[in-house]
Design a protein around this ligand. Sequence first.
Ligand code: GDP
Length: 423
Amino acid sequence: ERARGLLRFITCGSVDDGKSTLLGRLLYDAGMVPDDQLAALERDSRKLHAEAGAALDFALLTDGLDAEREQGITIDVAWRYFHTERRSFIVADCPGHEQYTRNMATGASNADLAVVLVDARKGLLPQTRRHTYICSLLGIRQVVLAVNKMDLVGCDATVYRGITEAYRELAQTLGITKVDCLPVIAPGGDNVGARSERLSWYQGPTLLELLEVADAAPARAEDFRMPVQWVNRPDQSFRGYAGTICGGRVSRGDEVLVQPGVQRARIDRIVTASGDLESASEGQAVTLCFDRELDASRGDVVADALRPVPVADQFACHVVWLGDNALLPNRTYWLKIGARTVNARVMSIKHKVDVNTQAKLAARHLSLNEVGYCTVGLDEAIAFEPYATNRTLGGFILIDRQSNATVACGMIDFALTRSANVH
Ligand code: GDP
C-alpha cells in the first residue's frame, strides 16, 4: 500500500457531543499517550469522578490534564500531532464554546477533512448544518459523520440510519462530495480504534481506519505557482527567491512570470537544503534562481508564464467575520494574502448568509461569526487565485490596523477588475 501523506483534519460538534472525549480516545488508541500521562489521566479521572472504579475520562487528554490546566493557557486552536504506523495526522482542536465559529474557521482553513460529531439522542441540530456549511465554505470536501453516544440509544441501528440518511442529504446540498458515516461510543472506544461488539451491525471501517485512508486532497491548482517568502541574496553572486510551491510543478528551463508585474524569466536553478533539483512540485520548499536579473520581492507570485494567475485590485469574496466589533464597509484594514500585506476596504456587502439556513439576507454590516459575500478593493493590484482553485493564493485574513487583531478570514471568488499591466 502506498504511503499516505499527512492528513489535516478538524472535529466539529456542539457542546457536550463528545469532541474532547473522542479526540482523547483517538490519541489513546493511536498509542500516543505515554505512561506518565496515562498515570496522570488515571489520577485525574479518579479525582473528578469520585465514584469507585470510574473509567478513564479521555476528555482530560484534550481538555488538559491538571498540570496544563493550572498554567491557565488559553489558546483558540490547538494543533495536535499524532501518528499511527500508517500515517501522520494533525488535528485542529477547537475549544471555546462561545467563539466556536471563529475557532472553527481558523482550524478548518487548512484542513483536508472534517469529523462532524452528532449526539445520537439529539440527531441533526442547527449547529450540525452550520458547521458543515462553514467546512464547505472553507474548502473541505470530505466529512466523516461520527454518530456518538450510541450506548444512550440502546445501540439501535435504526436511529443511526435515520441520522446518517438525513446528513447525507444535507451534505450534498452544501457541496460536500464525500461522506463516510459510522456509529461510535467515544469513552469505550467503540469503532474509534477498534471494532465494537455492541455495534456489531456496523461492518464498516473504524474512525482511525477511515482517517488512515482518506485523501489529503483539497482543491489544488495544477499550474505552477509559488509565493515569494523572502529574497535570498547573501552576496552579489547569488540571488534566489525562496518559498513553498503552492500549485503544480516547476522544472529547470521553465518560463515563469513574476506577478503582479510582467517580468518573465527562465528557471536556472532549483536549490534546496539537500542540493539542486531538476524539478519540484507542490508542497516543496525551494529557492528558485532565474536566468536573468529581475526585480522581485517578498509577496510576489512566481507563476507558469503561459497560465499566470489573475492580477486585480478588486475582487468578490466570502468573508467570515471574526472581530468583536462589526465589519464596517469603507473602513481600511490590512489584508494579508500569502506573503503580501496590502491596505483593503470592503466596498460593499452584497448579502449576508444565514449560517443555519444558507438564506441570503440584506446587510449593512457583519457581526461576530457572520458570513457575508462582499466586494473588496485594495490600494494596489495583487496576484491571487480563486480559493476554490488554490487555498494559499485565494485565502486571506483582515487585520484591524488599530488593535492588530485578526478580524476576518476570506475566500476569494473572482477578480472584479483586471489591472492594465497584465499582458
Ligand atoms: P465536548 O463538549 O464535545 O468536548 O464533549 P465531551 O467530550 O466533554 O463530552 C461531554 C460528556 O459526554 C462527557 O460527560 C462525556 O463523558 C460524555 N460522553 C461523550 N461521549 C459519550 C458516549 O459515547 N457515551 C456516553 N454515554 N457518554 C459520552
